[in-house]
Every structure is written in C-alpha cells, then in structure tokens.
Design a protein around this ligand. Structure first.
Ligand SMILES: *Cc1c(COP(=O)(O)O)cnc(C)c1O
Length: 428
C-alpha cells in the first residue's frame, strides 16, 4: 500500500474541519463600528442592513434577525400554530396535541420547535434523489393522518428538495409549509432561492454554516403581520406602553447588533464560499469516481445547491459488515469493501474531520413513539429493510452507508488529495 499514514499526518499541520467559520476581515470593521457607536444591544445598523440584504438576496419581503436558526424555527411554528389553530391559553403551545409532518433525516433543530409548541412530529422518510423529504411518503402520510395541516421540510446539506412535488401534495391537502433553509442559504430551485417556498421560513448563521455570525438565524416571510409579531415576541412581547405591559408570551430571541456585524461582513463572500464548496464537491467526485461509491445527489436540471457539505454513499454491495448499536459501532474489514466507520476513522487518522450522516429522527430514542411514514406507508410496521433490492426505510439506509466528508473552505487541494487517498485505501 503506497499510502503512508505518518507522512500524511505531518502534512496536516492544522486540523481540516468538517466546516468551520471562514472570515475575511470586514466582520471586524462592522463589529468595531457597533462598539464605537455603542450600538451593542439588539438594535442597530448591522441588524437593519443584514435584514435588508437577506430580503434582496433571497427574494422574501421580510427578514427578522434572531439569536439562532432554532429560535427562527420556533417562531415559525408559533406563527403557524396560531394561524392554523388559534391562540391557545397561556401555558399551552400553539400546536398542543397536533401532529406535524417533518423531514426525518435532518438535524434535530428542524423538529424540536414542533415539540416546544406542544406538537407531535410525524417523520416522513427520505427520497434517494436529493436526500430530502419524499413526496410519495408525504402523500401516504396524509392518507394515514388526513387532519394534519402543517409540514416542516429541510434542504439537507444545502441541496434543495423536490419542492414542486412537495408543494403539490401540500396544496392538495390544504397544508402549510415551513421551510428549514438553515443549511441551504444561497441554494436555488428553478432559479428561485430556498427560503421562500413556505409561509414562514428560516435560515441560520451558526458557526459551521455557509456564512456565519458565530451564531444567529432569521425568520423569513412575505407577511408583514407575521414579521411584526416575531419582532415583538422575540423582544419579550412588550406592548406599546410606558411600562412593561404584557398581553402575550415573550421570548428573548433577537439577534445582537454585534453578531449582526459578523453576518454583515460575511454576506459579500457568500457566492465565493459557495464556489469554494462546489469546487470541493467536484474534486471529491472526480477523486472517487472509480470507487463503488457516489456523492450526495442533486437534481442537476432543477436545482443549484450551495454544496455546504460534501457527502459520500457506499454502494450496498461494497459495504463491509458494520453494526451500530445505540452508542457504539463495530465493523469487520473485508477486502475491496468498506463502511462509513472505517472511512471516518481513516479520515480522523490524518487529522481531518468527517461525520456520520444525520441519524434519522425516527431512529432517535427521544422520538421512538412518534410516527414514521415511508413511501410504502407506515414505516414503524415494516420489518424488512429491503423489498426488490430497494430500501423501504431510505433514511436508515443512507445513514448506514453514507458519511459527510471534510468540507471546509480553507482546505487546500493537497489536503483534499490526502483525504481522497485515505478513502481510496479503505477499498483496497
Ligand atoms: C443548523 C441547523 C438548524 C439550526 O440552526 P441554529 O442557528 O444552529 O440554531 C436548523 N436546521 C438545520 C437543518 C440545521 O442544519
């Protein structure tokens, strides 16, 4: 084997991260401006500017800057709950006891806000073409739970989902969409930016996203009334009175003007970051093209991802035996075959960071009692994972065979070549 671990390790002076903040200097100017003018709280020019820039970039009418993307999703759920079911008593969530359909293979922040509002997530399985919510499974879910009025869908790893098909199913059943575009800022579907397809949508500026504020998020909507509500709720729901008068439940969710300065400095570099991420994706694709693997797929005709994370999936017949328990994993090495665990270990051995695919929500202990619907119907009732060589539980299958590759903008081509080399060695 030509590959020499110790050499590769030395060539990586610094760790290659999965996706770490890439800063440019302008961030510091805007933070300093906030400091010098003493706009160090949740009001200021940085906030107004990034809300404006976001509306222009994405094409929505209103953007409300919040402390996190999760907070934005929480506000979206609350707006949807109020809109669909009316205002509940204090102490009850707006979605109390209501089922909400949600992407299954995603970060748990897509789903937790449903529970914050008292709702019950029902997970919709993933399709193989873009790794997002399967419209066929969504239609099945409406057959099983016709009362459902709300869905939340994510665009995983920056790849837009099957938006037209999902929207058609929702329109047919009169359901409202919340779009979780936290990972897909700058990605487009039929030339339209993600973040405008739902009624209330969210983006994130978390440290590992395509651009960052170190933290932060935004609620996006075309409804002035919704935007005003979120501005009020996110600043403790004060009424317009001389004293602190409260008629609604408040939250401390507004973005700081200092954080907004970081976001403001990052925005001019969004397209540059996307181009770097795309180059990384293409380089991996080329580097593994003769291996029994493929890259995370997207619809070349319909969409332009932001390529936030490059991922790999191993062909079923090239998987060595890998057994994952709730917390531990074992695998048995086989010639010519590999598994995500082996590849992640190989990547870690040269001081680079990969990650398993998001473990599907229906497989998470906390959601073990929640519904899960596949393209065949009730996924909880399924015992066989494959029918006619096609996975029934697509999310579980991608989780078992897939992984996220180091996708940091600052990774050099040489470092990426080293990573490709250790991946190739896993299949020897
Ligand atoms: C990052 C992320 C969020 C949450 O964003 P934060 O700003 O970290 O709260 C929500 N959904 C998805 C899919 C994400 O990746």
């Amino acid at each position: 084997m030509a590959f020499n671990k110790s050499n590769s390790f030395e060539s990586f002076e610094n760790k290659v991260w999965l996706s770490s903040p890439t800063t440019h200097g302008e961030e510091l100017d805007y933070i300093t401006e906030a400091y010098k003018t003493n706009w160090m709280s949740t009001i200021g020019k940085n906030i107004t500017e990034i809300e404006k820039i976001t509306c222009e970039k994405i094409g929505c009418k209103y953007a409300v800057a919040l402390s996190t993307g999760t907070a934005a999703l929480h506000m979206a759920m609350k707006l949807a709950g109020q809109n669909l079911y009316g205002q509940p008593d204090v102490g009850h969530g707006t979605l109390e006891g209501k089922r909400v359909f949600a992407s299954d293979m995603t970060f748990d922040a897509t789903v937790n806000p449903i529970v914050y509002e008292g709702g019950i997530p029902v997970f919709i399985d993933t399709e193989e073409d873009t790794w997002n919510m399967d419209p066929v499974a969504l239609e099945k879910a409406f057959e099983i739970y016709p009362e459902v009025k709300l869905i939340v869908m994510a665009h995983l790893y920056g790849t837009p989902g099957k938006i037209d098909e999902l929207k058609a199913v929702c329109e047919k059943h009169g359901a409202m969409i919340i779009e979780d575009a936290a990972e897909s800022l700058g990605a487009s579907y039929k030339g339209i930016q993600t973040g405008v397809f739902g009624k209330y949508n969210c983006i994130s500026f978390n440290g590992n996203k395509i651009i960052t504020g170190s933290a932060g998020g935004m609620l996006l909507t075309d409804s002035l009334d919704a935007a005003n509500k979120v501005r009020k709720w996110s600043t403790q729901a004060r009424e317009n009175t001389a004293w602190y008068q409260h008629e609604e439940l408040g939250y401390n969710y507004r973005m700081s003007n200092v954080i907004a300065g970081v976001v403001r400095g990052q925005y001019p570099h969004l397209e540059e970051h996307i181009a770097q991420k795309k180059a990384i994706y293409e380089r991996y694709k080329e580097g593994v093209k003769d291996l029994p693997v493929s890259m995370n797929p997207y619809d070349v005709e319909m969409s332009e991802p932001n390529f936030w994370l490059s991922c790999l999936i191993i062909d079923s017949d090239a998987m060595c035996k890998q057994v994952r328990g709730e917390r531990d994993v074992c695998y048995v090495k086989e010639a010519g075959k590999s598994c995500p665990t082996e590849i992640l270990e190989a990547i870690a051995s040269i001081n680079a960071e990969g990650r398993p695919i998001w473990k599907p929500m229906h497989m998470q202990p906390i959601f073990r009692l929640n519904g899960f619907i596949t393209h065949r119907g009730n996924g909880r009732a399924m015992t066989n994972a494959y029918i006619d060589e096609k996975a029934v539980d697509v999310g579980m299958d991608i989780f078992e065979r897939g992984l996220c590759l180091p996708s940091d903008n600052k990774m050099t081509p040489e470092q990426q070549d080293q990573i490709i080399k250790v991946i190739r060695a896993c299949f020897e």
